[in-house]
Design a protein around this ligand. Structure first.
Ligand code: NDP
Length: 248
């Protein structure tokens, strides 16, 4: 059994947005990090420098999480882990389902659900005690969309993220006696470039005021929840989704 001196956590989509905020927050909590990204090497290098400045060891790996072979290579390069944050994802498109191209539907489900299953499978294989791991925590980033359904915006994304919640519940029960906790965090609308990348740069200004708290969330507010779930303070928390949505 491998027991690293410091927690060592892999964050997919750790280059930018919520994933980068999680990496910084975990570095402050004493974790070493493996940051995975797909294309934005500059952002990944910048985030790695930030976490190293906070005292964390950091390895950066390029891996497209929709490719199961790349996910296997990522975990093999990562080495022993005590935590995985499965965060890579994107809405990709905004509009009613009937107007959404079928290729976009397929890509959305592949990126937000299928890849989360690949990462979760690899995480359990890496961390479970029965396979020689030290035990650990898998946190998957879902979405508040899973329970609102996101009508008129991205029903296909909401459906994929609902799948993440189901995976979290079932997998947590599968591995509860094997040293691994499995939890999800469901953010509401958070200030990152995900909205502009999906084609609506003004979405934060349009939707933010309708949130009960009257504003979008900060990536750091999601990161704080992730850090708590990964900490020993959450030792009896598994198989659940924690919503970080300002009341919605
Ligand atoms: P960003 O667009 O800011 O960052 C996305 C990250 O995911 C980047 O690091 C990107 O890498 C990586 N990524 C995207 N596709 C792949 C891929 N195929 N393989 C590997 N990495 C990939 O998004 P957010 O930070 O906003 O979102 C993070 C998570 O939070 C997502 O799962 C999203 O669905 C969820 N979420 C976000 C909300 C929001 O309002 N922002 C609300 C609810 C949930 P690279 O830099 O290389 O492109």
């Amino acid at each position: 059994m491998t027991t690293p001196d410091r927690p060592r956590t892999l964050v997919t989509g750790g280059s930018r947005g919520i994933g980068a905020a999680v990496a910084r927050r975990l570095a402050r909590a004493g974790h070493d990090l493996v940051l995975a990204y797909r294309t934005d090497a500059e952002a990944a290098t910048r985030t790695a420098a930030e976490v190293e400045a906070l005292g964390a060891a950091c390895t950066v790996v390029r891996a497209d999480v929709v490719d199961p072979g790349a996910v296997d290579r990522l975990f093999s390069e990562a080495g022993p882990l005590t935590g995985v944050v499965s965060n890579a994802g994107a809405t990709l498109h905004i509009g009613p389902l009937a107007e959404t191209p079928v290729e976009v539907i397929a890509r959305t489900v592949e990126l937000n659900l299928t890849s989360a299953l690949y990462v979760a499978r690899a995480a359990v294989r890496a961390m479970s005690v029965s396979r020689g791991g030290s035990g650990g925590v898998l946190v998957t980033i879902g979405s508040g969309a899973a329970t609102t359904g996101s009508p008129g915006e991205y029903v296909q994304y909401a459906a994929a993220k609902a799948g993440v919640d189901a995976m979290t519940l079932g997998l947590a029960q599968e591995v509860a006696r094997d040293g691994v906790r499995v939890v999800a965090v469901a953010p509401g609308i958070i200030e990152t470039t995900i909205h502009a990348d999906a084609g609506e740069p003004g979405r934060l200004a349009r939707v933010g005021p309708s949130v009960p708290m009257g504003r979008p969330g900060e990536p750091s507010e999601v990161a704080d929840a992730v850090a708590w779930l990964m900490s020993p303070e959450a030792s009896y928390v598994t198989g659940t989704t924690v919503r970080v949505g300002g009341g919605r």
